[in-house]
Design a protein around this ligand. Structure first.
Ligand code: 572
Ligand code: ZN
Length: 360
C-alpha cells in the first residue's frame, strides 16, 4: 500500500496546509477508504475565513471536507455489506445510536454526533480515511464518484423538502440558488412539486436553476423593498406559495419567507444566519404558518442515491469546477470568491474519472 496520505489541514484562520498524515487504522465496524471526490461546502469556507461557526470553534488543527466519496480499501472484521473495491458515498455524520433521538430515528439531533469537519472532528479531504461502514453507501456503476459526493448537499435538500411536507403539486418558493437551494429544487421536483419559483441576487445561479427545472426565477435587487418582493413572488407564481424553503438564512429571506407564504402554509429555514434575527413572527403565527427548522439530514442518503441513480435529474450541473487535492488552496479561493460563477467546487483526491467505470 502507498504511504502517501496527503491531507488538507486547517490550522486556523486563512491557514490551510497540505501535509502528510499517518494512514489510519480501522475498528471492526469501519472501512478504510481511498478518498475520491470531496466537494467544498460553505461551512468549510466559513471555518477557513472565520475559524468558527457559532459555538463550534477551531481550537486545534482540523482536516477539512465532508461532501465525499471513496473506494473501500480495507474492511473491518464485522463489516458484512461492503467489500474491497466498492465505490461508496460517505455520509459524514456518525451518531451515538443509543440516545433518545437516535432511537427515534432523528439521529441528526444526536448530542454526541461525530460530524466530519465540525470542530474538533476531522473531515476527509485526504487520501486515506476511516469511516463507520454503515454510513457508507455503495454506488451503482452508472453513478459517478462526484455524484456520490453530491449526495451530501442533496440529502440536505431532501430533508428540507420532507420537513416542509412537499408532495404532489406543492407550490414552492425557494430562497437562494446556491448548492443547497439548487439541491432543494431538485429534491422538490423529485417529490412531484408543482410550480417552483427560486430567487437569488445572482443571475448565473438562476440560469442553472432554470436548467434544473425551476418554473420561475426571480432576481432580488439589492435595494428591493420587502412588500414589492412579496408582490412579485405572488404575481410570478400566480399565487402565494404553499411552502417556502429559505436556503439563504438571511434576516431578509427569513422575513420574505414568512410574509410570502400562504396562510396555513409552511416555512422551513435551512441556512443559518445570525443567531438572533427580527422577523414578523405574529404575522406568521396569526396566519398559522408552520415555521420549521432543518438541521442537516437523517435517513436521507438512500433517497438521495435513488434520486441520482434514476438519471432523471442532472445533478452534475451543480459542479462548476474541478481541482486536484494538490490544488486545494486554489479550489478554496474559487469557492470563497465565487470565481467564474462557481457553484460547487469539487476536489479530487484520486485523478478524476479513474474510479468511474463509465465515462462521465
Ligand atoms: O452539510 C452539512 C452542513 N451543515 C451545515 C453547514 C454546512 N454543511 N450546518 C450549518 C451550521 N450548523 S451548526 O450547528 N454547526 C457548526 C454544527 O452551526 C450545522 C449545520
Ligand atoms: Zn456541508
Amino acid at each position: 500500500m502507498s504511504t502517501d496520505n496527503l491531507t488538507a489541514i486547517l490550522y486556523g484562520v486563512e491557514d490551510i496546509r497540505l501535509e502528510q498524515q499517518p494512514i489510519p487504522t480501522i475498528r471492526d465496524d469501519q472501512v478504510l477508504l481511498r478518498m475520491d471526490s470531496v466537494g467544498i461546502c460553505g461551512s468549510d469556507v466559513h471555518y477557513l475565513v472565520h475559524g468558527r461557526i457559532g459555538d463550534f470553534i477551531l481550537k486545534k488543527p482540523m482536516v477539512i471536507g465532508h461532501e465525499s466519496s471513496g473506494i473501500v480499501h480495507k474492511v473491518g472484521k464485522s463489516v458484512k455489506h461492503l467489500k474491497v473495491g466498492d465505490r461508496v458515498a460517505i455520509e459524514p455524520g456518525v451518531p451515538c445510536r443509543y440516545c433518545e433521538n437516535c432511537k427515534a430515528g432523528k439521529y441528526n439531533l444526536c448530542p454526541d454526533m461525530v460530524f466530519c469537519a465540525t470542530p474538533p472532528v476531522d473531515g476527509n479531504l485526504t487520501r486515506y480515511y476511516a469511516h463507520a461502514a454503515d454510513f457508507c453507501f455503495k454506488l451503482p456503476d452508472h453513478v459517478s464518484m462526484e455524484e456520490g459526493s453530491l449526495l451530501e448537499p442533496l440529502a440536505v435538500g431532501i430533508h428540507a423538502c420532507r420537513r416542509a411536507y412537499v408532495g404532489l403539486g406543492t407550490r414552492i418558493l425557494i430562497l437562494g440558488a446556491g448548492p443547497i437551494g439548487l439541491s432543494a429544487l431538485i429534491a422538490a421536483r423529485s417529490m412531484g412539486a408543482g410550480n417552483i419559483i427560486i430567487t437569488d441576487i445572482v443571475q448565473d445561479r438562476l440560469d442553472v436553476a432554470k436548467e434544473l427545472g425551476a418554473t420561475f426565477t426571480l432576481v432580488v435587487p439589492k435595494d428591493a423593498s420587502e412588500s414589492d418582493m412579496v408582490k412579485k413572488v405572488h404575481e410570478t407564481l400566480g399565487c402565494a406559495p404553499d411552502v417556502s424553503i429559505d436556503c439563504s438564512g438571511l434576516e431578509t429571506t427569513n422575513r420574505l419567507a414568512i410574509l410570502g407564504t400562504k396562510s396555513g402554509g409552511c416555512v422551513v429555514i435551512v441556512g443559518c444566519g445570525p443567531s438572533e434575527v427580527k422577523v414578523p413572527l405574529v404575522m406568521g403565527l396569526t396566519r398559522e404558518i408552520d415555521i420549521r427548522g432543518v438541521f442537516r439530514y437523517c435517513n436521507d442518503y438512500s433517497s438521495a442515491l435513488a434520486l441520482v441513480a434514476s438519471g432523471r435529474f442532472n445533478v452534475k450541473k451543480l459542479v462548476t469546477h474541478h481541482f486536484d487535492i494538490t490544488e486545494t488552496k486554489e479550489a478554496f479561493d474559487t469557492a470563497r470568491y465565487n470565481r467564474d460563477g462557481a457553484i460547487k467546487v469539487m476536489i479530487h483526491c484520486t485523478p478524476r474519472n479513474e474510479n468511474n467505470p463509465t465515462p462521465f
